[in-house]
Design a protein around this ligand. Sequence first.
Ligand code: SF4
Length: 442
Amino acid sequence: MALSGLEIYKLLPKTNCKKCGFQTCLAFAMQLAKKAVPIDKCPFVAPDVRVILEQASQPAIRLVEIGSGDNKVSVGNETVVFRHEEKFHHPSAIGFLLEDDASDAELNRALDEISKLQFERVGQNIKVDLIALRQKSGKDMFLAALSKIKKVVKLGIVLMPASLDTLKAALEFCGEERPLVYCSDAALLDSFAGVCKERRLPLAFRKPDMNGFSEQTKRFTQQGFSDIVLDIAQNSTSERLWQLTQARRSAVKKGERSLGFPTMAIVETGDEYQAMVQAAAYVTKYASIIILRSRKPEYILPLLTLRQNIFTDPQKPLQVEPNVYTVGTAGEKSPVLITTNFSLTYYTVLGEIEASRIPAYLICVDTEGMSVLTAWAAEKFTPERIADTLIRFELGRIVKHKNLIIPGYVAMMSGDLEEKSGWKIFVGPREAAGISSYLKNL
Ligand code: SF4
């Protein structure tokens, strides 16, 4: 569990000798708490204190990596319960459950559908991450299905073999890749863990409750194996959410290292709508990996969109480059609109201009990624800044008029902006949805 500056200060020598480059031990402790300086800067820290501080600097939830190269998926490494306390570091990995007794045609169709599950949203490519293969038949069928998966899709792999023999054969087949090994048979857990420890592979397993996980992870950790993923399995969504939340809170708030591992939720309900509702709940709290059966794009896109929103760093909103963007075949008489460089705002406004089919210029002012009203309130979207932007991007050379359309939400700045920029200001609609008809009637 992370220590506060004052807690760290109590462990330091308190001599204020300044050897660390700070005036006081307290100032050094405050920087240590922010992880802005390494502990080595103080040469007088006692060895036992060093161990305490190093342990405290480890993330509450351990980092686990699955796959390699372009297929690598990182989960865990989380340090907070709530996003606004810092940020969530790694988005929930989303994957699909396939079984080796599927026919060739079923498997081909599934892989084709999964490989198409990637979308462009607010300038980012959002896509699914994993395929989990569960053994329902013999070793040969499992290996044949694995071979097909590896040939068709470039995603991380979760192996769910039913025997040690199949596991070893599948790992030979995977070569240098780092699949996540899933053990669904408690009787095989120790032997699977032995293989994973030897090959440095992550292992997921299921236990009925948190005590079961805690005892098991303590035992594995003592044996030097800690690449662990906890499969939180419960009968109802609410029970599973409660367990996921308890695991995160215990690890982060109480420093319970035996629960400080990424978590997994396999959603197997046959009702696709319910499956997506559950998956959405687990994205928000606190599944590191979610495995689904349904792969309909109309369900997966909203799920990926939710994940993108939850896992965006709240201190760094998604931004586009401040610039003048040309929409269609805009020329010197085309209308000029202005907005902020918050990605969601930009892409929404851009989509509405495109929908109008009227060529135009869209200027994005650098508001550090804030939306229109937030930027205005924070004085990042002011008449001065807009006037400077018009000069900086040489709008006078791009168009032969001086008419600027501003968002309706900042109508109050129109007089001041006219004065400061020398441009005639037109107040556009408050909502982007009105832009298309506004432009057509201009
Ligand atoms: S070097 Fe260590 S003892 Fe000296 S001021 Fe810095 S923190 Fe304190």
